[in-house]
Structure formats: structure tokens, C-alpha cells
Design a protein around this ligand. Sequence first.
Ligand SMILES: [Zn+2]
Length: 445
Amino acid sequence: MGNSRLTIVNVRLPLADERLYYTLRAEGGRWTEVAAQDGYLERSEPYAPFDAEGAVRAECLDAEGKVALPGFADVHMHLDKAFSLPKVGNVSGTLGEAIANYAASAGTFSKEEILSRIMKTALQAVSYGTSAIRTHLDFHAAAGRRVALQSVEAALEAKERLAPYLELQIFPMFSYRSSTASDVELFEEALRMGVTGVGGAPHIADEPERNIDLIFSLAEKFDRPIDLHTDETDDPEMKTVLYIADKTTASGYGGRVTVDHLCSLASMPPAEAASVIARMAEAKLSAVTLPAANLYLQGRGDSAAVRRGVTRVKELAAAGIPIATASDNVHDPFHPFGRGDMLQIALITAYGAHMGAPSDLRLLLRMATEIPASIMGLRGYGIAAGNAADLVLLDAVTPDELFTKLPDRRWIYRAGRWLKFAPPEAGWEVPELGEQWTAYRRYGL
Ligand SMILES: [Zn+2]
């Protein structure tokens, strides 16, 4: 990092004003200037274009009108489970079978295997431009202390190793079965180890309200945020989100609670959904849609007019609720596809939520960057003077082109350097910052 300097001209910033070209200057890993240009600058010394291989060779780059975004923020992944599909199948393709099969296998994985999955998947996401991930973690208290805590240990180790490239937040999921004093004590141990917040899936608990009460008491005791899988079902009667909203207000936790999936909201009649959304807004909940997983998992019980399972994205946004989109599962029994690419997820969100107008595309880009960054409480995020020079430059010149091309060519600038990606066989070892590093662009099973 040190005194590294970078100047880029002719960049488009769709999160600012996509009609303008900008000049960006960074020094020592921070933006020092972000200025709108008076039109497109014809190339002149010392600005160099990308070379024949598309690589950046100079400190002064002419971006030729390409789009830049701050690093993507993926606020909901399951890095500990990613790429486990060859070991844990799902014949029916339902959420129920995925949960049951994974829980039954949880005791068979080693800590090293979980660490390897986390590193591989996170680095792959970095290679697509992601700079922050919130991972949920399975926490199988019923399988015993070793099984429950080894995922936490693996995630904490990965967080440290990934720190130069990625901010990793860790949310173990308080078990929907946990209710004994020793289960709660075990979760407290995870919180003392340094995980970021409290996750869970209370809608599948035998006693959802009691499960939510325990989650809130753990979060309050350790002063941590909450992020919950919520009402991930086609059943319009399921509204645990209302109890979460009430608890949030009663605990003074507004702005620190995120509810994810919200599939039942999509099945409700519009007036009923509107009243639930109004209660969510009052309680200052944040929301996350996971369209890839839910398009795949939901609607399995429908034989006609099959529901899509994607929550009411536009209505939630219109109500002023911060709503992000995120990857969820990657190649595991919950979702067999995915690659940790937030641009691909933004496109799937566009299909799932009927979003294609120019204003929709801008919102989708914000749902993959600024909005999840604010949900995650990231400091100094965004392309602005004083912030960390965290940038993904994409091979497209407009938002429309981003969504139609899903450009594979991306240039990632982080911590004062352009990242370089070696082929998969180079492995996922992360060298110390300052050396050339390697990352998976593809996974090898
Ligand atoms: Zn999830």
C-alpha cells in the first residue's frame, strides 16, 4: 500500500450520475479526489489504456467510459455450506429436505473442510468484485459442542486471513431447536469468541416466539445486531416478522435487525402485505431478498400458477425499508447453482421481482452495494474522497450493458493495488499483503 498512487479518467459512476465521466484519484489506499469531468477526455500522456490482455499496467489509467462501482456487499451467504452438494444431496429440491439432510451430515465435516469452503467461496466472490460478506453459519448445538463451535473457529480464522481483501461478518444461526440453558450457554461462547451478531430461523422453530425472545436476549446481552431467516415459506399465514417487529421496537433495536427471505409476504393479498410492510417500516427493520434460492426452493407445492417465492421487493423499497439482494447458498443442498457474483444476483433479482426500467436497474445496483453496506454498518464505504479506495471496474459502459453482458472482465482495486487472479490450480492460499495473491475464479470439485 504505502505511497501507491492511482488516477483513473473517463470512468462512469452509475451510483452518482451515470451521464457524466469522472476522474478518480487514490493514494495510500484512499480516494483523495472524485471529480466529474467536463465531458470525455481524449487520451493524452500519461494516461494509458488497458493493455492487449486487458491488464492494467499504469498508475494513470484511461477507463474509456467503463462503469465503476464500490466493491459489492453480499449481506447473506452460507460460506460454511458452499460446494457441499456432492456430499449432501436434495432429491425433492425442497427447503425441508435441504435442512434435514444438512443437519444429519453436520457431524461428518471437519473444521479444515469448513475452512476450505469458506476461503474458496469468499475468494471466488472477491474475484467477481465483492469486498464485504455477511455469512450465516450453521450452529448445530444438538450435535454437540465440537460440531457447533468448529464452524465458528473456521469462520474466525478465515476472517483474519481474508482481511486484506474482504470484510467478513459472521452470524451463527441460533438453532431453532435450541431452548435448553446449555444450548444458550454454548451460543454465548460463540459470541464471546467474537462473532459479529446473532442469526437464526425462528419461523421453523417449534415455538417461534420463544425462539425470537431467546435470540433478542442473547443479542442484547452482548450488544450485537440480529439477522434472521424470516418466513421463508409460501404460506401467507406465516407472519413471524410481526413478532420480530414488535420485539425490535420494545427492545429499542430499530436499525439493528435484518429480516431475510420474507417469502410469505409474496403470497399474501396486497392489502394484508401492505399492513405487514407498514409495521416493518415502523420498527425500522432492514430486509434482504434472496431470489436465486427462493426461485429454486419455493412454489414446490403448487401444481398450477406456481409461485415464485421472491418477496415484494418494490413495495418494500417504496415503503422506505432498506432492502438488499444477496447470494444465499452456493452449490449446496439448498441451492445447486450460484458463484458468489452479485451482478448475476442483481440480474436474477430483476427477473424475480419484475425490475427492468432504468430506475429499477439503478436500484438493483444500490441493492448490491450501498444498501447492504449500510445494513452491515460498513464505515467509509463508497467512491468518495476520504473513503477506502475499494473499486470494481467492469467491462461495460452503461447499467443496461452491465445487465445484458454480465461482463466477466472486471478489474478490482483494493487496499492500494489491483488484485491479480491466478488460475484455480494455484489454490486458495492467501499470501501476505504485498505479494501477488491468488484466487479461484472457478471451483474444482
Ligand atoms: Zn440463508
